[in-house]
Design a protein around this ligand. Sequence first.
Ligand SMILES: *Cc1c(COP(=O)(O)O)cnc(C)c1O
Length: 429
Amino acid sequence: MKPAAKPARKITAAGAVRDEARFLMNTYKRPPVVFERGRGCYLYDQRGRAYLDFLGGLAVNALGYAHPRLVRVIRREAARVVHVSNLFHNPYQGPLARKLAEWSGMDRVFFTNSGTEAIEGALKLSRLAAHQKFGGMKTKFLALENSFHGRTFGALSITHAAKYRDPFAPLVPGAEFVRFNDVADLEAKFDGSVCAMVIEPIQGEGGVNTISPAFWQKARELATRQGAALIADEIQCGLGRSGRAFVYQRLAGLPDIVVVAKPLAGGLPLGAFLAREEFASAFSPGLHGTTFGGGPLVCAVALEFLRTVEEKGLLENVRARGAQLRDGLLRLAAKFDFIREVRGEGLILGMELSVEGGPYVAEAMRRGLLINCTQDRVLRFLPPFILDARRVEQGLRILETVLAKTARPQQDPASASIEAPAMALAAVR
Ligand SMILES: *Cc1c(COP(=O)(O)O)cnc(C)c1O
């Protein structure tokens, strides 16, 4: 006998928010809005109100929402096979790895479920390669001030902000931080005990700071000289967001290991680390693994994402719309004296204020524009690659109103200068 079916409890937006407050761990402060669907560059809340999305789910939704090509592949693969485990082949891992190798100039790929896991894998691979080539003493990791690499212990150990690290001490020993774009500090710290140096070519959470060509070149030189791995964390700035497949492609010398994630599978969880053969060959069966990473559905979607970027000329669109947005932000900077600087390239742009950015983010949301603030005072823009000229103008119009109408927060003299180096926009073009 079947038990009497209980009437299904209808999920309402207010109920969902109440349940979160009661049952979720307290790790995020969220505005009282529930996004129920999205289309193109817009999200819609429980009242059907549209929001122009210049945040893209934190640099993830590069093709916006409900992109027909991704929807088609998700439907098709969901009805075929979602998961087979990594004990077996699947139809898409190989072709996706091949395409990532073509995009990046690396030789081999390992798939993960997130950015932080891919960073962990990259750290493990560089330690392993150092152990195999040099024995047990070459274990130090170098990272940069203002870096962000993720929340697991290894990734956290090379993440600079004390507020993320200190509550969880002790972390993985042997991490050291180099001053951003400071070649002398790099030379002083990059000794024979270093097994890897990790660099975000454009720091995302750190406030949209671009690595200088001279610093990158010196890091490449020192890594080669010391037999250490140069790791590019392009989880946020890579896979097309800068207007190139990878930011390092306009710098001198390839990295040894490249880490990707955010936009890779159009919003489904997928990350990867890619390596040159010299490092990749350190792995043999059993040394590293994952249950979920690189399943057939997510890999099929990632392949479709990369093909769409290629076939629709989206890198050109990122460059053109990025230039348009940056010019608009520079116009605003000339108009409002509390804007200190506009920086970034392609569709990863930052606007540093001399005051707290939070109130502007909240007011933008009230007016139907989603942006974000990092490092307390840097408004950050990470819109989808499919953005068109009209939407750029719409976003800029809303932002101008927001900058004009928001009650100006008090300038906090203690934080009047954040540590991120002021990088003139002209210098990074
Ligand atoms: C988001 C991010 C990570 C962490 O990725 P998760 O998927 O959140 O684990 C690491 N590095 C950079 C540069 C990032 O932007």
